[in-house]
Ligand binder design. Structure first.
Ligand code: PMP
Length: 388
């Protein structure tokens, strides 16, 4: 073990050792293909279906409302493209939000090429989508709305229950990418009338390379990948049993520990936020002051480049992010921050800290030992930072 401080849980999480223990037998003696008509296949089917029931229970769903995919990107593709294609006769208009994950934005671009109309609803300055504003965009041709449960970048939590209620009875389906929120906020399909919900295994400390899509009973989708017809014909390809067993274990652990985990992370988040804002002049919190994920603290430092901050933190052995992990290798400013009304240079001066199950209070001590000095040093060299 190194003494590196890892505060980038939104980008990747370690697999919980208890999850790994549950998975290991399924790589060797308990291997099997659920489609096979022999004992090994039957046992694989039993493990697959038991796991599906556990993942479904995690979100208050029925087992036959959950299918497994290769991850959140695929679940988002299947939800939006699969739904749009299958329901085209009812209309050709899809609404997404400006603060959603890059995968949703790029699926939107794809749908436009496929001759759908795609509208983007803007957030307020905190990254929240207003349900009334969303409603005003709905036309007779609208078939689907997609909004993330929470932002993977700035941590703002969306009013999903209100949006779902608002759409009820309109005939417009609601897809929610719950990846940033899962394991941190309770998600219950019996309580909130969402039609399609994207989950990722790694985001609840399960193995990477696996996701799930919740499809409410009666909601019709077409497949986007052709093959052997697994997962009710919606997602062909032999199910990766060790990963699926791992996600089920991760879901059980998450359900049992979510409240305590979230409270612990929120306390760390609040401690970091107040330490940064009170110690570093001209620093600001991005996203909503209170309606934010328990594990997310996202700051903007005037006159400083986020990339330089990140690299200086890296030299100190602290791993953080400048924003969206998925597109952090581009020099484009975050679309989420720009949508919230930040100028390009403000968006570029941002840094995201995300806590997780294995974060410690001493991680914050370490950040506060070095961050004020790094900001000061970079500002001294910055033509953008004005001193009086
Ligand atoms: N949606 C959200 C909200 C995400 O944060 C991510 C990235 N973790 C994805 C979708 C895509 O996930 P993946 O790259 O694992 O497919």
């Amino acid at each position: 073990m190194t003494d590196e401080v890892y505060l980038d849980y939104q980008s990747a999480k370690p697999v919980d050792p208890r999850v790994l223990d549950a998975m290991l037998p399924f790589f060797t003696e308990r291997f099997g293909n659920a489609a096979s008509l022999h004992g090994v296949g039957d046992r694989a089917t039993a493990a697959l279906e038991e796991s599906r029931a556990r993942v479904a229970a995690f979100i208050g769903a029925e087992p036959d409302e959950v299918i497994f995919t290769s991850g959140a990107t695929e679940s988002n593709n299947l939800a939006l493209i699969g739904y749009a294609n299958r329901n085209k006769r009812a209309g050709d208009h899809v609404i997404i939000s400006e603060v959603d994950h890059i995968s949703i934005h790029n699926i939107g671009k794809y749908l436009e090429k496929a001759e759908f109309k795609v509208g983007k609803v803007p957030p307020d300055q905190f990254g929240r989508i207003n349900p009334a504003k969303l409603r005003s965009r709905i036309t007779d041709d609208t078939i689907l709305v997609s909004v993330g449960w929470a932002s993977n970048e700035i941590g703002t939590v969306q009013p999903i229950a209100e949006i779902a209620e608002m759409l009820k009875g309109t005939g417009v389906a609601l897809h929610v990418d719950a990846v940033a929120a899962e394991g941190q906020l309770p998600i219950d399909m019996r309580e909130v009338p969402v039609d399609l919900l994207t989950l990722s295994s790694n985001d609840i400390y399960g193995p990477p390379g696996l996701g799930a899509l919740y499809i409410r009973k009666g909601v019709k989708l077409g497949p986007i990948m052709m093959g052997g017809g697994q997962e009710r014909g919606l997602r062909s390809g032999t199910e990766p049993l060790p990963l699926i067993v791992g996600m089920a274990e991760a879901a059980d652990i998450s359900a049992a520990e979510m409240a305590a985990d979230a409270a612990r992370m929120a306390a760390m988040r609040d401690r970091l936020i107040s330490a940064v804002l009170s110690t570093i002049p001209d620093s600001h919190l991005n996203g909503h002051p209170t309606l934010r994920l328990p594990n997310n603290a996202h700051f903007r430092f005037e006159g400083v480049e986020g990339e330089s901050l990140l690299l200086s933190m890296r030299d100190e052995g602290i791993a953080v992010s400048t924003g969206s992990a998925c597109s952090s290798k581009t020099l484009e400013p975050s679309h989420t921050l720009i949508s919230c009304g930040l100028l390009h240079e403000e968006a570029h001066g941002s840094l995201e800290f995300t806590f997780g199950r294995f974060s410690k209070d001493s991680d914050i001590d370490r950040v506060m030992e070095v961050l004020p000095g790094i900001v000061l040093r970079l500002r001294r060299m910055s033509p953008l930072y004005k001193t009086d």
